[in-house]
Design a protein around this ligand. Structure first.
Ligand SMILES: [Mn+2]
Length: 462
């Protein structure tokens, strides 16, 4: 188990205690989750907030911080001899706890009576995203399951968001490692793509490369010749000559920090003229967005600027017509890019999304748009120094969507529906990097990953 120095966790908890002020803070770790029978588990993933404050990547733990007395307790059981027969001698929980500055470890069941006695106090807790944790909260707090989410502590949520949004130097080091592993996953997949092979053959390179760095995937890989299907986890297609493959995959490193990288590559190792034309639009959207990033700017505006650029380029290709500003304001670009430009990233690939996107990515007075594309923008608020975000413009030709808009006569003054027919078997392109917001601008994390058409073609030829 890899940990930051104990002082990191102590400082994080002290800052949280101060921000919350009074009452009891309850942290639920995750339990093992069964796949098809009780003892056959999915890969264990500790809760990110639990990791952030307590570091211990082990199932069956809960923790409390008493803001009034300063007391900090981890509830969890030491391994018994019965456990050790199966899993071998393990570092004790008290040892692990000591390494994160916690000296008070109590048996797992102790939390029931602890919370019962503390019932008169304010108990701050987070919204559960797993059913077993919801059930426990329901019991501990004597609340029906349906009421648990209504009593979540907004104060705690905001305090944690205000800490986890700003990445420290030691976190940036971890995130850079995760991006570098992700980059190698992409390079190896590029080299593995050959016409006539199946997608899963190249996908195996992605998994192998992650494992070779003692890492897992931060989310199920999207690797498909049907890049126009946004969250497509099917890997059974034959990679036909002439197609593009969209690869959106990232590593979660040993300390559970994520990378989230997308590249789009030609099955043949060479882009056609039509593919290169569209690719270069997305590339310019990506690089110009990144170049413009700095603290104080609304990320929503960067999204809109990228759309404006896309529309002006598509106009040059004859796919749209009319006034660019009008099209941008009306959201015509949603048909080509029906998703947001990016999101926060950290330990979670969509960082802190379990707290709700409105709290993490927006603020009071900045509400979500209902336009296709903008409504899926997870991060709209002002950027700040030490945020890490993704920039991931895309351009897709989704025949079902085009046909629907055409039938409904949507934006017929602007969209050349007839010309779009030439792109029905095109698929989609997305390019994504992970960016640290700095004092005056931004910095792409990690070593460069082949990105221009020339760089991609060179790598695929290796
Ligand atoms: Mn992403």
């Amino acid at each position: 188990m890899k940990l930051f120095p104990s002082q990191t966790y102590i400082n994080r908890r002290n800052a949280l205690k101060e921000a919350v002020g009074s009452g009891l803070i309850l942290f639920q770790g995750n339990d093992e989750a069964s796949m098809n029978y009780a003892d056959n588990h999915y890969r264990f993933r500790q809760d990110s907030t639990f990791l952030y404050y307590f570091g211990i990547n082990q199932a069956g733990l809960n923790a409390v911080i008493d803001c009034d007395s300063g007391e900090e307790i981890i509830f969890g059981d030491e391994f018994s001899i019965d456990d050790i027969i199966w899993i071998g001698q393990q570092e004790t929980l008290s040892n692990k706890a000591e390494k994160v500055g916690i000296l008070n470890v109590r048996p797992a069941h102790g939390i029931d009576s602890f919370l019962e006695i503390a019932r008169h106090k304010k108990i701050h807790y987070l919204p559960p995203y797993r059913a077993d944790n919801l059930n426990k909260l329901s019991q501990w707090l004597h609340l029906p399951g349906s009421k648990v989410n209504q009593e979540v502590s907004q104060k705690l949520l905001m305090a944690i968001i205000n800490q986890r949004s700003y990445k420290s130097e030691e976190e940036i080091e971890q995130m850079t490692e995760a991006v570098n592993i992700s980059g190698q996953m992409h390079i190896n997949a590029m080299k593995a793509v050959k016409p006539g092979q199946y997608e899963f053959e190249a996908v195996s390179e992605i998994y192998r490369t992650a494992k070779a760095s003692n890492s897992y995937l931060a989310y199920p890989a999207i690797f498909s010749i049907n890049g126009q299907i946004l969250h497509n986890h099917y890997h059974g297609n034959k990679m036909q000559s002439g197609r593009l493959v969209l690869n959106d995959s990232g590593a979660e490193n040993e300390m559970c920090y994520s990378g989230d990288i997308t590249r789009t590559i030609p099955v043949d190792g060479k882009f056609t003229t039509q593919q290169k034309d569209i690719y270069d639009i997305v590339l310019e959207m990506e690089t110009s967005s990144i170049d413009s990033l700095k603290p104080g700017l609304l990320y929503k505006d960067i999204h809109v600027n990228a759309n404006r650029l896309m529309l002006s380029k598509l106009k040059e290709l004859g796919l749209v017509k009319g006034d660019i500003e009008e099209m941008t304001n009306l959201g015509v670009g949603g048909i080509f890019m029906p998703h947001g430009l990016g999101h926060m990233i950290g330990m979670d690939v969509h960082d802190m999304e379990n707290f709700g996107e409105q709290l993490v990515g927006y603020r009071e007075g900045l509400e979500r748009s209902t336009q296709l594309g903008l409504k899926s923008l997870r991060l709209g608020r002002e950027l700040e120094k030490d945020f890490v975000i993704t920039v991931e413009p895309g351009l897709y030709f989704i025949p079902d969507l085009i046909e629907k808009w055409k039938a409904d006569k949507i934006f017929t003054d602007f969209i050349n529906y007839d010309k779009l027919k030439e792109y029905y078997d095109f698929g989609g392109i997305r390019i994504e990097d992970n960016i640290l917001i700095t004092e005056n601008g931004s910095q792409i994390l990690g070593k460069p990953i082949p990105k221009t058409t020339e760089e991609v073609e060179e790598t695929m030829a290796l």
